[in-house]
Design a binder for this molecule. Sequence first.
Ligand code: ZN
Length: 369
Amino acid sequence: MIVLLRNIELYTPAYIGRRDIIIAGEKIYKILECNTCDLPDQWIKKVDCKGFSAFPGLVDGHVHITGGGGESGFGSRISEINISDILSAGITTVVGLLGADAQSRCLTALYAKACALEQQGIGTFIYSGSYSVPIVTFTGDITTDLVLIHKVIGAGEIAISDHRSSYPDLRALLELASKCHLGGLLSGKAGLLHIHVGDGKAGLRPLLELLDQCDLPLTLFLPTHVNRNPVLFEQAMYYAKRGGYIDLTSGEEIGIPVPDALVALIAQGVDLSHVSISSDANGSTPSGSAGKIQTLYEDVFRAITDKNIPPQTVIPLVTENAARRIQKYPAIGGLFEGSFADILVTDPSFRIAKLFCKGSVMVDNGQIV
Ligand code: ZN
């Protein structure tokens, strides 16, 4: 099936104006000036999108797809995520991971859930490991996991500065980082070390000390939850100004909500290409409830509507930047000829009108298909 989205305001995520987009199979075949498509009418399904906008489908780099939590006993274990929740948030790719619990949850289940979600239509990747160091792996070694297991793009979420962490020393973190780096090089993947930063006193200091002692590239490290308290957020801004990459968590209830954090980052002159946002969905929040994946969409579009930050400034944080961190851009996270047709179509009020995942319509007229 060939689909022609006509007269749509195109954000690649840079805003390039009104265009026609031709979707063929899983990919974007052509992006054209409006009304210049010369394919025969009988070949194509035309959709008039005047007044609507096209963004890349969102990429959520931190989702507890098999559920997290369990920090108030067995009854508090959070259930695994549902495909309809992901789609209702305009998300077309998720990176799944374990959390604090590598006892009653395991990597095999994580892998199986990621495969199930992919069968249901979205793109998925996973992290090996959990909070603790030494990390749990599939094969006994993170480098080997990266080489042998297609979906594994790094190790995470490895906890520092958190009472639930294993308080890894610098030597252990350095060894883990170098193994990720080597696995990434050998497999052509990001080999990302995705670091959960808790509310502990040290904040980002363990990572800053690690970087003082090694020559590994800053692109290897992605600390997350950095907007969970003001002191950590200050450290994170310093880290980003030094060239590091940081990840904010949406739906923040106690620390700095994403729209406010973005205002501060812009005011401080932080290079936003070093910033991404993820949902931490189906993990337990500091208040003990479950993180919701819809907060990613809500926070991003609140930043646009309530804080007057232009879409082309905000949207890259949940598309291009998130995809770059896992080295999958521009196959995902961008709308270009040859990219996967992961397309979020919104109405003028930024409500989801349609969502294409690899060319298939998954949301239509705001309803999950
Ligand atoms: Zn976490």
